[in-house]
Design a protein around this ligand. Structure first.
Ligand code: GDP
Ligand code: MG
Length: 734
């Protein structure tokens, strides 16, 4: 029957080795008021004098006492783990140099063996004073003591300071609360069995011990009542009613004991004698109850309770061990195996990183983020949302005032008053606008570059976790990819710059989309002009112009009025058959000026441009002559010229913007993204896969090796514990 308990103690040893308190093992805790005889009860159970006892506050720190049964012949083996064995063999630890049947060990004195139990008691007192002082102070820090003996059953016992009401000595004002909390901390552990100690010469109905026990064990499923000092009852009274549970019933039982009195202690009465006398006393005083009371019966009861308790706890214990073991196994797996073939490992890690990097860009990575966009999707976002939107928000005429346009027109004509809207001014202005596309394009490259940089981090964090084991390799890979990206940056920037430069190099007014727009504009303007002329002015020479075609390419739309004009005006030079704008004169032939308006231009030219216009002539009063928010009023012609230029700029700009919006992402993909994707693997291998670097790169971070060992140890201990539990269950003790 007692076979179970060594197993539990073994289990506890297992966890003591790994310093883990994750699993709570059953233990017996004594509670009661001060001097009710708690320490004495424990001592009787141990069967040896070892605990400080006495009147007043004696026990001032929790004492966790683990009793380990050893049979006389196997004590060397059973003394526990290897440490025990070694220390046992070390003669330095023997007091008086003889082998003892019983011995004790403290956690705080490591491997020192105590064979003299007076010395043990002294050590408890010293250790109590060390932490709690020598003036009745209390500490919650426990003392751990193991007793190895052939005379004990396997139990873990906890001796606690007694409940008290009035602070004495160094005790704080709230000593009552502090001790209560300390006690509750131990007995609230569902794995504890509570020994509620009450002296027989006090009223059991007011037992503080049972009261506090009930607080954490209301069902009384793990509370056992112990009545001490049966010998000290008033003459004429006995504890029959109490022991039979007639005063307060206690589910698990009420056991009366007789411990040694203070006089016995002073006379150094040994436990064996005390137990014999106790038996005699019970036989005499309570013959009917003698077999169900006394220290021996208490020990057996406890043992049985403990076993039942353990049995109840086993399934949960086992589950917890298994869960923990699984957790540590996972942890251990994540640390990976120690490297054997370094060269292969390096190549494998490099390849894995490169693959993951590419996969993250392609969107085929194993670890797909769901919380935010990453990798290739972000690049897509940059192209179409960030870059696309930015381009779309660029105003074709942004940064260009009507005055700017006007000034450009005038400047383009030089000293001569302009007859036509000069083509040069359109080119000049449209280039200026197109140039504005370069900055957002370069910014797009930068953003993608940043994203590519971010992917490195993403890969090493999520996908290639093994890499974290080798910080140097990780850094080296990051370095190589970063420098590869950095190397591609100027090339890509150059290309994007060129894309804009290409657009600037040749303003293709023959572009089909542009010609369309141009035709429409001409149409529109001609119409407006005709309207105005027919209303306000006698028909000028230009009014004889054939109406331009309803829609058509720029050339045909512009050519016709222009050829009509050539008759009466200073003709533009060569007009080629295909209707190309004449490069020689730089005039925009389609944008003919109405004769009647020439004068006003000349007049305006004289006036400082920034001044408000002089009072308008009659001819200027027309529909188009709306005030504009510039420094001065424009003449109708100026107004119209500006409008023409602006519309053309806008139309042409939109064409170019579309090109840029289309070609920049392509360039970035080709020169940066795809290039890096394609060369990453060979770049990494080329720079890192060198036998000279091997050792260095594959150095594990120190704490990684340590963590792996710790996890492995923990796992081993857990597996051993699991195995022990399996053994217990197989024995079918109950
Ligand atoms: P604790 O404060 O609850 O740990 O009580 P102790 O074990 O230190 O005992 C207090 C005093 O009561 C000591 O002097 C013991 O000798 C005495 N004592 C304890 N139990 C008994 C008993 O059953 N009979 C007699 N006569 N004295 C006892
Ligand atoms: Mg005590």
């Amino acid at each position: 029957m007692e076979a179970l308990i060594p197993v539990i103690n073994k289990l506890q040893d297992v966890f003591n080795t790994v310093g883990s308190d994750v699993i709570q093992l059953p233990q017996i805790v004594v509670v009661g008021t001060q001097s009710s005889g708690k320490s004495s009860v424990l001592e009787s159970l141990v069967g040896r004098d070892l605990l400080p006892r006495g009147t007043g506050v004696v026990t001032r720190r929790p004492l966790i006492l683990q009793l380990v049964h050893v049979s006389s012949d196997d004590r060397r083996k059973t003394s526990g783990d290897e440490n025990d064995l070694n220390s046992w063999k070390n003669p330095m630890h023997f007091s008086k140099g003889v082998e003892a049947d019983e011995w004790g060990k403290f956690l705080h004195t490591k491997n020192k063996i105590y064979t003299d139990f007076d010395e043990i008691r002294q050590e408890i007192e010293n250790e109590t004073e060390r932490i709690s002082g020598n003036n009745k102070g209390i500490s919650s820090e426990p003392i751990h003591l193991k007793i190895f003996s052939p005379n004990v059953v396997n139990l873990t016992l906890v001796d606690l300071p007694g409940m008290t009401k009035v602070p004495v000595g160094d005790q704080p004002k709230d000593i009552e609360i502090q001790i209560r909390e300390l006690i509750l901390r131990y007995i609230s552990n569902p794995n504890s069995i509570i020994l509620a100690v009450t002296a027989a010469n006090t009223d059991m109905a007011t037992s503080e011990a049972l009261k506090i026990a009930r607080e954490s064990d209301p069902d009384g499923r793990r509370t056992l009542a112990v009545i001490t000092k049966l010998d000290l009852m008033d003459a004429g009274t006995d504890a029959m009613d109490v022991l039979l549970g007639r005063v307060i019933p206690v589910k698990l039982g009420i056991i009366g004991v007789v411990n040694r009195s203070q006089l016995d202690i002073n006379n150094k009465k040994i436990v064996a004698d005390s137990i014999r006398d106790e038996y005699g006393f019970l036989q005499k005083k309570y013959p009917s109850l003698a077999t169900r009371n006394g220290t021996k019966y208490l020990a057996r009861t406890l043992n049985r309770l403990l076993m039942h308790h353990i049995r109840d706890c086993l399934p949960e214990l086992k589950t917890r061990i298994n869960v923990l073991a699984a957790q540590y196994q996972t942890l251990l797996n994540s640390y990976g195996e120690p490297v054997e073939d370094k060269s292969a490992t390096l190549l494998q890690l490099i390849t894995k990183f490169a693959t993951e990097y590419c996969n993250t860009i392609e969107g085929t990575a194993k670890y797909i983020e769901t919380s935010e966009l990453c990798g290739g999707a972000r690049i897509c976002y940059i192209f179409h949302e960030t870059f696309g939107r930015t381009l779309e928000s660029v105003d074709p005429l942004g940064g260009l005032t009507t005055i700017d346009v006007l000034t450009a027109i005038r400047n383009a004509t030089g000293p001569r008053p302009a007859l036509f809207v000069p083509e040069v001014s359109f080119e000049l202005l449209v280039k200026r606008q197109v140039k504005r596309l370069e900055e957002p394009s370069l910014r797009c490259v930068e953003l993608v570059h940043e994203e590519m940089q971010r992917i490195i981090q993403h890969c090493s964090n999520y996908s290639t976790q093994e890499l974290l084991r080798f910080p140097k390799l990780h850094d080296a890979i990051v370095e190589v990819v970063t420098s590869l990206l950095r190397k591609r940056l100027p090339v890509t920037n150059e290309m994007v710059h060129n894309l804009v430069a290409i657009e600037l190099a040749y303003i293709n007014t023959k572009h089909p989309d542009f010609a369309d727009a141009c035709g429409l504009i001409n149409n529109n303007i001609e119409e407006q002009r005709r309207n105005r002329i027919s209303r306000d002015l006698p028909p000028p020479a230009a009014s004889r112009d054939k109406p331009p075609k309803a829609s058509g390419p720029l050339a045909s739309a512009s050519l016709e009025p222009s050829s009509a004009e050539t008759d009466g005006k200073a003709a533009p030079g060569s007009s080629t058959g295909d209707g190309l704008p004449d490069a020689g004169t730089g005039n925009w032939r389609g944008m003919m000026k109405a004769k009647g308006e020439e004068a006003s231009v000349e007049e305006k030219n004289k006036a400082p441009p920034a001044f408000p216009a002089s009072p308008l002539r009659g001819h200027a009063v027309n529909l188009l002559d709306v005030p504009v928010p510039v420094a001065r009023k424009l003449s109708a012609r100026e107004q119209r010229d500006c409008e023409v230029i602006e519309r053309l700029i806008k139309s042409y700009f939109l064409i170019v913007r579309k090109n840029i919006q289309d070609s920049v992402p392509k360039a970035v993909m080709h020169f940066l993204v795809n290039h890096v994707k394609d060369t990453l693997q060979s770049e990494l291998v080329g720079q890192l896969y060198k036998s000279l670097l091997l050792e260095d790169l594959l150095t594990e971070s120190e704490d990684m090796a340590q963590r792996r060992n710790e996890a492995a140890d923990m796992l081993k201990a857990l597996q051993r514990a699991s195995q022990i539990i399996a053994e217990i269950r197989e024995t079918h003790l109950w």
